[in-house]
Design a protein. Sequence first.
Length: 241
Amino acid sequence: MLELAGVHGGYGGADAVRGIDLAVAAGEAVALLGPNGAGKSTLLAALSGVLRRRGGRALMDGADLMRMPSHRIVAHGLAQVPEGRRVFAPLTVEDNLRLGTIRLAGASRGAAAERFDAVYALFPRLAERRAQRAGTLSGGEQQMLAIGRALMSRPRVLLLDEPFLGLAPRVVEEIRRALEALRANGLTMLLVEQKLDIALGFASRAYVLVKGRIALAETTAALARRGDLASLYFDLAAGAG
Ligand SMILES: Nc1ncnc2c1ncn2[C@@H]1O[C@H](COP(=O)(O)OP(=O)(O)O)[C@@H](O)[C@H]1O
Ligand SMILES: [Mg+2]
């Protein structure tokens, strides 16, 4: 579904991610793990086209995302839930959701009504608050809105950047269940997470990014059996030099 080979990207100066090879099969949920500053968000930004790419290939259904502008990437079926939610505080829930369709051409935008229904069914709290300004929502509700907005473009692949960050355990559980429902419906997901326990329970495979490179790629079942999980990032960083 998604196949990266030698992806480089960064912000000027040295590339923050270097030579990333990574694959996600259709319907699979894969975790992208790693310590703060490893390059996880940079890699997602390179994939969704909001960062200037410096090289490599990222094939999705035969087309190279690295050669597409960001609006075409959304139309091609890849959507991102950005780090830190980034909902538009003065706009209502419904208008924030509508923004998720703005980069689509007329025909695919036409299906918006049923997308609203699907998002509201997934997150009933958003339905209750559809006329409320996004800025008045709780952190968890804003995260639901950010996910809902990404779903409005009917993606086949969803990139999620630390969707559970700073949320209370009950809300984490609510959002995790929603993501599981999406996966059961066949949505392919790449989930960035710093906390191993959440990622291990959700994804089938994981890549660990350290200092801009893939330091480890393993099934989450194998990762969970490791005795060195607590020191994993530290040990990998030491190995990466
Ligand atoms: N907007 C930016 N401009 C310049 N450097 C950045 C920017 N965002 C992140 N970086 C740098 O790129 C590296 C990777 O950051 P990031 O991808 O945000 O890591 P992660 O998401 O894994 O915590 C870090 O060294 C960080 O300081
Ligand atoms: Mg990040």
